[in-house]
Design a protein around this ligand. Structure first.
Ligand SMILES: Cc1cc2nc3c(=O)[nH]c(=O)nc-3n(C[C@H](O)[C@H](O)[C@H](O)COP(=O)(O)OP(=O)(O)OC[C@H]3O[C@@H](n4cnc5c(N)ncnc54)[C@H](O)[C@@H]3O)c2cc1C
Length: 313
């Protein structure tokens, strides 16, 4: 069996995993990052990142990731394109299995595999993703100053995101696919203070239309088409990618890994960071800082010291 040992194995090379690698490699820990495909991660899919500190506004998610990766590699971290299919966490020396048949052993593992949206069925969604279709108002609202947008969803997140958009857009249609929102009455009530939000109940998007960019939505109801410049979808939600852990780690609620303040999971030596942890706000800067913290605690764990420390020149 093809077996390699590393001080630290990081599963997932998104901003959480890549940031963790910068810190573990900088701490002189032999580090490998196993990533199945950077384009399959959330940041890898983002067309434009405008809110990451220090990055120019026209940088794509994949470019931002590449610069994080290069920084980690410059400290000695190795990146390998491998899909992790299983873990064996029974011994202190953990085993990580990949689809190509490789096995990596390590005493410290950081899981940073992000979360994945359930695939959507809306016609036009895939084709116009990044060209008017978005899943994140916090990220993209500022691109729609004075324009007309729609938000689709019935959760508190959809309502919150419509409120964020109302600060930028001229008009926001909030399309609730049911007769009520599945959100707190106070939150729904707060919409009445925002005259540029129009709530339409029992409306589902049939198709997102446009050539190069979003131009209109066909919605349920007789011959209803509304002109919009963008649409923000909160219809399917997403869930952490932890299938490969095979139920060896404790959860705090269905699908959500339980971690302590130091990002350690229920198994000593196994840490987790980023969107793989259930969280309210998903942003690159948040997961990058979690990757950093997880890495500093891995360093503390491996060195048996009582305090996490950072490394400077
Ligand atoms: C369309 C879109 C636009 C966004 N825009 C912004 C923005 O403008 N600003 C912002 O701050 N945030 C934005 N976000 C949110 C941000 O991208 C995420 O919060 C962040 O990428 C999460 O980082 P992560 O490292 O936890 O996971 P991810 O970025 O999802 O990375 C996880 C990595 O793990 C890999 N992986 C998964 N399973 C396995 C496996 N079994 N084996 C090996 N590798 C595996 C994946 O291929 C991926 O590379 C956006 C998200 C989306 C979806």
């Amino acid at each position: 069996m093809d077996m390699e040992h590393y001080d630290v194995v990081i599963v997932g090379g998104g901003p959480a995993g890549a940031s963790a690698a910068i810190y573990t490699a900088r701490a002189d820990l032999q580090t490998i990052v196993l990533d199945k495909d950077p384009h399959a991660g959330a940041l890898g899919m983002a067309h434009v990142i405008a809110n990451y500190p220090g990055a120019p506004s026209d940088i794509s998610g994949i470019e931002l990731l590449e610069s994080m990766k290069q920084q980690a590699a410059s400290f000695g971290a190795r990146f390998l394109r491998e899909k992790v299919t299983g873990l064996d966490l029974k011994e202190s020396e953990k085993k990580v299995f990949t689809a190509s048949g490789k096995v990596f052993t390590t005493k410290a593992l950081i899981l940073a595999t992000g979360s994945m949206g359930k695939s959507s069925m809306i016609q036009g969604e895939k084709e116009l993703l990044g060209a008017g279709v978005s899943y994140c108002a916090t990220c993209d609202a500022a691109f729609y100053k004075g324009q007309v947008v729609a938000v689709a969803g019935r959760t508190g997140e959809a309502v919150e995101e419509a409120k964020v958009l109302s600060r930028f857009a001229g008009k926001v249609y909030l399309l609730c696919p049911a007769s009520t929102f599945n959100a707190s009455p106070d939150l729904v009530g707060s919409l009445s203070n925002l005259p540029n939000i129009e709530v339409l109940y029992d409306k589902r998007i049939r198709s997102i239309n446009g050539n190069a960019t979003v131009e209109s939505l066909s919605i349920s109801g007789e011959d209803t088409e509304i002109d919009v410049d963008g649409v923000f979808l909160y219809l399917t939600g997403s869930s952490p990618v932890i299938d490969y852990a095979g139920g060896q780690l404790e959860l705090c609620e269905p699908g959500c890994l339980r971690v302590d303040k130091d990002f350690s999971t229920s198994v000593p030596g196994v840490f987790a960071a980023g969107d793989v942890l259930c969280k309210e706000i998903k942003q690159a800067i948040i997961v990058a800082s979690e990757g950093c913290l997880a890495a500093l605690h891995v360093d503390k764990y491996l060195r048996g010291s009582d305090k996490a420390r950072s490394y400077y020149h």
